[in-house]
Design a protein around this ligand. Structure first.
Ligand code: CP
Length: 310
């Protein structure tokens, strides 16, 4: 059986194209299983997973937990707001205490970029990054690319536009790395203040006018403005941002072709995307959420195959 080249899922940066294709093929099998009347398989029956969330999440957290339940894993859920972290306990001490209860795998979301890499150097369990600050969100990028593959049959050669707060977005960085590895063309669009300098060095095009960018693309992935990560003012007001970079049906009707609309969530309706677009037939936003479960099942199943039990 094919194996992943990594023992942790810390970022798309570490995955080869073959790893990504293996995750997709494994997810195809799991997607078929979770659409059956009996959705549960015993694949992770001897594996205990700790879900450590030091930052809020709806989709990723529920999706990982559901994926673990479908695979018959034992689960421990930890949330920093209700833990001894509030009493000053360090990340390493928190995780070592949890691991002393014989945990095999850790799914972690943390506000600090690099927190998962740091953890992987200090503990033996397999680590899955569920989003680390402004750094990476690998399972989001995998489910996004998988959803493009499902829509078009292949990711290679597709023109994918990422719009919005590229500067603060872990989703943008992981998507750019993943789409490049799979042979897609990537363009980013947003105000100059929210596009990192020298981003072209990652192999992406830059366009500041949304209408021109939409004319170029097959797929538009609309990102939320990450107010919680912004210390400075990057644009005059949300209303002004929305007027220049919000995706409306009027803009889509001006195009001479259909495009596919994506969003990683959570959506700020009326800011980066109108409800009319988000809920339209062009949108695959809820397919992305559905695919997230199969992708996360595949990632955990493949990483569990690399664990050697004593
Ligand atoms: N897409 C995403 O990461 O959503 P959550 O923050 O709700 O997990």
């Amino acid at each position: 059986m094919s194996k992943l080249s990594v023992n942790h899922l810390l970022g798309i940066k570490d995955l080869s194209e073959a790893d990504i294709q293996l995750i997709f093929e494994t997810a195809d099998n799991f997607k078929a299983i979770i659409n059956r009347p009996i959705k549960k398989v015993p694949s992770l029956r001897d594996i205990t997973v700790a879900n450590l969330f030091f930052e809020n999440s709806t989709r990723t957290r529920i999706s990982f937990e559901l994926a673990q339940k479908r695979l018959s894993a034992d689960i421990i859920n930890f949330s920093s707001s209700s833990s001894s972290v509030t009493k000053g306990e360090t990340l390493i001490d928190t995780v070592k205490n949890i691991l002393s209860m014989k945990v095999d795998m850790v799914v972690m979301r943390h506000p600090s970029p690099g927190a998962c890499v740091f953890l992987s150097k200090h503990i033996d369990a397999a680590i899955l990054n569920a989003g680390d600050g402004t750094h990476e969100h690998p399972t989001q990028a995998l489910l996004d690319a998988y959803s493009i593959r499902e829509t078009y049959g292949d990711v290679a050669g597709k023109k994918v536009l990422i719009v919005g707060d590229i500067l603060h977005s872990r989703v943008a960085l992981s998507n750019i790395l993943c789409l490049n590895k799979l042979g897609a063309e990537v363009m980013v669009c947003g105000p100059t203040t929210l596009i990192p300098k020298h981003i072209e060095q990652l192999g992406v095009k830059v366009e500041h006018q949304l209408e021109k960018a939409l004319q170029w693309c097959d797929v538009a992935n609309m990102l939320r403005i990450q107010m919680e990560r912004q210390d400075d003012k990057y644009f005059p007001s949300l209303r002004e941002y929305s007027l220049q970079y919000g995706l409306t049906m009027d803009l889509i009707k001006k195009l001479d072709k259909p495009i596919t609309i994506m969003h990683p969530g959570p959506i700020n309706r009326g800011v980066e995307i109108t409800s009319e677009v988000a809920d339209s037939d062009l949108s695959i936003i809820l397919d992305q959420v559905e695919n997230g479960v199969a992708i996360r099942m595949a990632c955990m199943f493949l990483l569990a195959n690399n664990i050697t039990k004593n």
